[in-house]
Ligand binder design. Structure first.
Ligand SMILES: C[S@@+](CC[C@H](N)C(=O)[O-])C[C@H]1O[C@@H](n2cnc3c(N)ncnc32)[C@H](O)[C@@H]1O
Length: 275
């Protein structure tokens, strides 16, 4: 995958917005930080730490357990997982700048003994084989064009009986031409599957006990509220972040809202076990 292409998704630029928010909240971005100070700003999926807490419960993550996260972004979910459950996390991230930024935040939180940040493309097979009790992922799998290979790689990384917890975009209907263009550029979408197709892909990769929960309505509501709240506080955001960042984030939030409201984009939470 061309790493450069993914920057068409504006959420992946202007990383200094995290430091700007920390300063606005009265924290020192260069000092020691807590996961709770960072959490409002470093989770790039829907429903923030609530969704990560759900994974801890669903996979019964505890100290001594080892999970890999595919597409770890700024490291928010990895730090919350390690901080709350004591589990070890290998945080795999494609984009070098985000990986480096995430690594710095993890050091600031004193979590580098529990979290190993790794830069790479999951399709190249960088995850150790037969090594993980769980593989987790939030809103990364839809970026990955070869879904068959993706789930084969994930299955290979898991120990027998290991489980996945994945939140991902799904297909609910055929995109219009405009929607397809927005999805491909503003979300850097490379693949979406219907829940039924998802199940077949997972079965083919050797997964069993597959549970797929439809989160489409919840995510449509979340992303609509997020856009409205962002616009309602635009003056504040301009003061804290400046014009370029606000324009980029507004464009991204609006694109996501348009796709969910159109009804052809959905989302799901998937839990399954490697047979
Ligand atoms: C929407 S972000 C979510 C980040 C994080 N999971 C979170 O919820 O905060 C998805 C991340 O997946 C990463 N990603 C996309 N394709 C990838 C690949 N092939 N291998 C590893 N990471 C990838 C992207 O670079 C991006 O940082």
């Amino acid at each position: 995958m061309a790493e450069a292409g993914i920057k068409s998704m504006k959420l992946y630029s202007h990383l200094e917005r995290v430091s700007n928010e920390l300063i606005a909240a009265g924290s020192d971005p260069d000092g020691p930080l807590t996961v709770d100070e960072l959490s409002p700003f470093d989770n790039l999926h829907y429903h923030g730490t609530e969704a990560v807490a759900h994974a801890i419960q669903a996979l019964n993550l505890t100290a001594g357990v080892h999970v890999a996260e595919v597409g770890s972004g700024l490291g928010g979910p990895a730090r919350f997982l390690a901080d709350r459950s004591g589990c070890h996390v290998t945080a795999l991230e494609l984009q070098a700048d985000m990986n480096e930024f995430a690594e710095g935040l993890t050091r600031s939180c004193g979590l580098n003994d529990l979290i190993k940040h790794q830069c790479g493309d999951v399709l190249d097979g960088p995850l150790e084989s037969n090594a993980y009790d769980g593989v987790v992922s939030w809103l990364a799998c839809y970026h990955i064009p070869d879904q068959e290979l993706l789930y084969a790689r994930i299955a290979h990384a898991l120990k027998p009986g290991g489980r996945i917890y994945i939140e991902d975009l799904t297909s609910r209907g055929t995109f219009t031409d405009d929607e397809a263009e927005i999805f491909a550029t503003k979300l850097y979408g490379q693949a979406t599957q219907s829940p039924a197709a998802y199940r077949a892909t997972l079965e083919q990769a050797g997964f069993t006990d597959i549970a797929i929960d439809d989160l489409s309505t919840s995510w449509a509501d979340f992303t609509r509220t997020r856009l409205n709240a962002y616009r309602a506080d635009k003056d504040r955001h301009l003061r804290v972040q400046g014009e370029e960042t606000v324009a980029a984030i507004d464009e991204f939030y609006a694109a996501v809202d348009e796709l969910f409201q159109g009804g052809n984009l959905g989302g799901a939470r998937i839990v399954a076990r490697k047979a």
